[in-house]
Design a protein around this ligand. Structure first.
Ligand code: GUN
Length: 291
């Protein structure tokens, strides 16, 4: 069994990106600039945004975080997005999700300039992805593709089961892995909360991607010997420690790992890889604007 070390892999990719950024700037390109908007005080979202800011600095990007109070109106948020859309110095814009309940996330996503949508959430970019066209691929699926690639995991003709049908993980993941090429050429099944007898599907799978947000959902009896296990889950479960919580994946790691050929830990697996996509997309956006 091989542990897929997302932390180490993402650090390596960040070092490569930092070199690319320096070469781009030395050749006269404008230093890439990512802007993140965070509405409200959700603990996990603050951690993610802080990590994004730190990673931007590591690769030599400029980075701005716009923090807005939880009671910000949708109209105010849309106005800020429009200002950033018009700001020529900003290459990439992300709005951290989830947003407070009174704000319609899809309306907000639709307002982002697709050329700056480095999250790959805008319908134009989702459409391009599903057609296999060049676009900004969203963070988690891109990170998983890179992890499969770096560890040279065979995907051609493999049966892949994705647990979860979210717009930001399950669906784009299914799209990417069913496309031609490497990593891809998989036969993909998406399972979700209405799927009957999920175990029947997972027991047949060569690759399982668990992205339901249900801690320890995937247990050893649901997994075939030698399967590749990718755990996207990262739920905060209350615990009696300093932080008051522990991070728990969707996979019962201790019992599933002995059966797996490759497996991602939580934390340190998929999580650190997601940021790589955002950085990659921001550099791509900056390059596009120089053309
Ligand atoms: N919330 C959870 N994942 C993501 C992500 O990839 N991008 C944004 N903007 N918000 C998120």
């Amino acid at each position: 069994m091989v542990i897929l070390n997302g932390k180490e892999t993402s650090d390596l990719i960040k070092q490569e990106l930092a070199k690319e950024v320096e070469a781009f700037v030395a050749a006269g390109g404008k230093r890439p600039h990512l802007c993140a908007i965070l509405v409200g005080e959700d603990g996990a979202s603050q951690t993610y945004v802080n990590n994004k800011e730190r990673s931007c600095k590591q690769v030599g990007f400029n980075s701005t975080v716009l923090r807005m109070p939880a009671d910000t109106t949708q109209e105010t948020l849309l106005k800020e997005i429009e200002k950033i859309n018009q700001n020529d110095d900003v290459d990439g814009l992300i709005v951290q999700l989830p947003l407070p309940k009174h704000i319609d996330e899809q309306v907000v996503i639709n307002a982002i300039d697709p050329n700056k949508d480095v999250d790959g959430f805008h319908p134009v970019n989702v459409g391009k992805l599903s057609l296999g066209l060049d676009t900004f691929v969203c963070a988690t699926p891109f990170g998983i593709m890179k992890l499969l690639e770096r560890y040279q995991i065979e995907t051609k003709g493999k049966k892949c089961v994705i647990l979860g049908r979210s717009n930001i993980v399950g669906r784009p993941m299914a799209n990417l892995l069913s496309q031609k090429g490497y990593p891809g050429d998989c036969t993909v099944t998406i399972c979700h909360s209405r799927t009957e007898n999920i175990k029947e599907h997972t027991l047949n799978a060569d690759i399982i991607i668990a992205a339901l947000g249900v801690p320890h959902f995937l247990t050893a009896d649901m997994v075939k010997e030698g399967a590749v296990i990718i755990d996207v889950g990262i739920t905060r479960v209350p615990a009696d420690n300093e932080k008051g919580y522990v991070l728990r994946g969707d996979v019962d790691y201790d019992n599933v790992a002995p059966k797996a050929s490759y497996i991602t830990p939580v934390p340190g697996g998929v999580g650190p890889m997601t940021i790589v996509s955002l950085l990659n997309n921001t550099l791509k956006a900056a390059r596009k604007r120089e053309l």
